[in-house]
Write a protein that binds this ligand. Structure first.
Ligand SMILES: [Fe+2]
Length: 278
């Protein structure tokens, strides 16, 4: 099968813009953000970049909170800027309970929940809880499925780049649940899975995946607030009718580390990993 960036399909005419082949659903380009993890400094830089590019629509694949020092601010920014947002495992943890979390993730989840409880304004407090509780598990449009984690287990299953080698049957089962495309986060690793199966990090695609409608794909925009692909810059993607562009942006990491270090419930490792992008 052709490499994703070697699509031979001809450009689609304007009249096809709202067809099921259009990953924007005919509504125009949108920015896809995920795994913000309470990192307000990274989110502000990303939202400013999206605005500078004139992109009006922003959609969020979940994990708005958890790990980072500014959960309330991040939730407010997503509430005020995103067209829709999904439930991630860390959003679920703060709202309901942490499941299968390690000790530092669990401590961070309970601290995060406390920050929402400490809000003195009852209207703000209630609005945040209601928003968290209304996050979608799945969002679907025009042959596109959006989940936080995977089509099989939308909140919790990791789809790792290595799975294309080590778990081809897992990848086959996951692709079986996708009509054309899936957008997901959760691993904090940006890139494109094709149903060969194969995985292409953005660097292998020169930062752009060209939608090939004969090829199923799973696209991960990477993480805004806690990248884990050894690149510490904030990551997001821009989805257009024929392409997905991967964007990386520097942000003041040390500011976030200093804030994490001021909170005893947030493990120092959570700051250190931001510097290393892991
Ligand atoms: Fe996450």
């Amino acid at each position: 099968m052709a490499q994703p960036n070697e699509s031979t399909s001809t450009p689609q005419p304007q009249a096809k813009a709202a067809s099921t082949d259009d990953p924007t659903g005919g509504l125009g380009s949108f920015a896809l953000i995920s795994d913000i993890h309470g990192n307000m400094d990274a989110l502000q830089i990303v939202l400013a970049d999206i605005k500078d590019r004139g992109i009006k629509r922003v959609c969020c694949l979940g994990d708005i909170i958890g790990y980072g020092p500014n959960p309330c601010e991040c939730l407010d920014l997503v509430m005020n800027n995103c067209e829709w947002a999904l439930m991630g495992n860390h959003d679920f943890a703060a709202l309901y309970e942490p499941t299968a979390f390690n000790a530092s993730a669990e401590a961070a989840a309970f601290w995060t929940r406390r920050q929402f409880e400490l809000e003195e304004d009852p209207v703000k407090r209630r609005r945040r809880w209601e928003f968290l509780g209304s996050l979608e598990i799945r969002h679907q449009f025009h042959g596109t499925l959006c989940v936080h984690a995977s089509p099989r287990r939308p909140i919790n299953e990791y789809v790792f780049p290595d799975d294309v080698i080590t778990s081809p049957s897992k990848m086959a089962q996951i692709f079986d649940r996708i009509e054309k495309r899936c957008f997901c986060g959760h691993t904090h690793v940006a890139g494109v899975f094709t149903d060969e199966p194969d995985f292409y990090p953005p660097a292998d695609l020169n930062g752009r995946y060209r939608i090939n409608n004969g090829e199923k794909c799973i696209i991960n925009p990477g993480s805004v607030g806690q990248p884990r692909d050894r690149d510490p810059r904030a990551s997001y993607a821009i989805v257009s009718s024929e392409t997905v562009d991967f964007v990386r942006l520097e942000y003041p990491i040390q500011t976030v580390i200093d804030k994490i270090n001021e909170v005893p419930e947030l493990n120092e490792f959570l700051g250190q990993r931001l510097l290393e992008g892991r």
